[in-house]
Design a protein around this ligand. Structure first.
Ligand SMILES: Cc1ncc(COP(=O)(O)O)c(C=O)c1O
Length: 389
């Protein structure tokens, strides 16, 4: 049998990512491929850098997209900044903090874990106490928006504590960038990475990173060679460093970068503050609908992420069946729980372009109908509650 072209079903992506890609981004990616050292492409790269500086609210010269997904941005920060034997304080309150710890171990450093309950933000007092005990720690790492639980940690406070104890900071902003404030320079974040596929409304596969002078100086002072050729920033910078002296490092994902450029142009057109406000507004509507359905959020109100809600699943609900019916009957994707929360929560994303009222109403009315069909107790009129909110 001849295999035919792949035509994916048209879905509404309201899980933890990827989120819906804006048609303008898809159109940009379909434009003709040119060489990655073509002067026109190099000019576009400079614009991507400027637009990323805006998204991150930074003047860092070393701001660029790594040619691989968010996990590669994470590895870029750890592999360049961490040296064997160093102590790195890792704040863990979900799956992605756990991955940071694994990075530290794999690069032969010593993770000191600040353990926090899943569903809770990182506790600044616990971080402070840990740093008092480990005065030789060099780096503090934490996840700003923990996608596995829908929790926001107080990045500005955590960075401030780290600096008072002479540590550099590595911050995961994969889910936060574009959805809630991320202020790299104001908060003094030393190294940060994000992902293209969440609140930036782009396709998966690129990881914007930004490092300040202190972080670059630590890389310059390394005693050992960066143990990754592809992610070694001193080499990558030869390509991303400045238009007059770009040299070949790897073949850039040309069309993917057209997409990121368009996504960032759209963010600039909307304005960061407006994007943050839109995410907040649509979360408030979702919340009203979810609460009208009698469901509960697992995160306390002041630490919730507007772009990702973790909702606890009532007893006796076959959560896999609910997700299956939403997908088959409504083309609607939502997320399941990960790790310790598997089977216990739904994760509802309202990220980037997908953070809109139409999606809120689709989700709450579809969930109401599916729960009714499964003979679960529901209150009617959830969509109306969301609309009014
Ligand atoms: C907080 C966080 N960090 C890192 C990652 C890894 O990104 P990617 O899946 O693009 O490699 C994700 C992905 O969901 C994430 O949510």
């Amino acid at each position: 049998m001849a295999i035919k072209s792949f035509n994916p079903p048209v879905r509404t992506l309201m899980g933890p990512g990827p989120s819906d890609v804006h048609p303008r981004v898809l159109a940009a990616m379909a434009r003709p491929t040119i060489g990655h050292l073509d002067p026109a492409f190099v000019e576009m790269m400079d614009e991507v850098k400027t637009l990323l500086q805006y998204a991150f609210q930074t003047r860092n010269a070393l701001t660029m997209p790594v040619s691989a997904p968010g996990s590669a941005g994470m590895e870029t920060c750890f592999v360049n900044l961490v040296e064997p034997g160093e102590k790195v304080v890792v704040c863990v309150n979900g799956v992605f903090g756990g991955r940071m710890k694994e990075n530290v171990e794999r690069f032969s450093a010593v993770p000191i874990v600040v353990e926090n309950a899943w569903g809770e933000p990182v506790d600044p007092d616990k971080l402070e106490d840990t740093l008092k005990l480990h005065r030789d720690a060099k780096i503090v790492a934490f996840v700003h928006a923990e996608t596995s639980t829908g929790v926001r940690s107080d990045a500005a406070t955590l960075v401030d504590i780290a600096h008072r104890h002479n540590c550099l900071t590595i911050v995961d902003a994969v889910t936060s960038l574009g959805g809630i404030p991320v202020k790299v320079d104001e908060w003094g974040i030393d190294a940060i990475y994000s992902g293209s596929q969440k609140c930036l409304s782009c396709t998966p596969g690129l990881s914007p990173v930004s490092l300040n002078e202190r972080a670059i100086e630590k890389i310059r002072q390394r005693k050992t060679r960066v143990p990754s050729w592809f992610l070694d920033l001193t080499l990558v910078m030869g390509y991303w460093g400045g238009s007059s002296r770009r040299t070949y490092h790897h073949t850039a994902p040309v069309n993917a970068l057209y997409g990121l450029h368009e996504a960032l142009v759209m963010l600039q057109e909307e304005g960061l503050e407006n994007s943050w406000a839109r995410h907040e507004r649509n979360y408030q509507a979702l919340r009203a609908g979810v609460e009208a359905l009698g469901l509960e959020f697992i995160v306390r109100e002041d630490s919730r992420l507007p772009q990702l809600s973790a909702i606890s699943i009532p007893p006796n609900v076959d959560e896999a069946m609910v997700r299956k019916l939403l997908l088959s009957d409504y083309n609607l994707e939502i997320g399941a729980g990960l790790g310790a929360l598997a089977g216990r929560i739904f994760r509802i994303g309202l990220m980037g372009h997908a953070s809109n009222m139409k999606n809120v109403l689709l989700f709450v009315s579809a969930l109401e109908e599916v729960m009714g069909r499964l003979r679960l107790p529901v209150v009617q009129g959830t969509a109306e509650a969301a609309r009014q909110a």
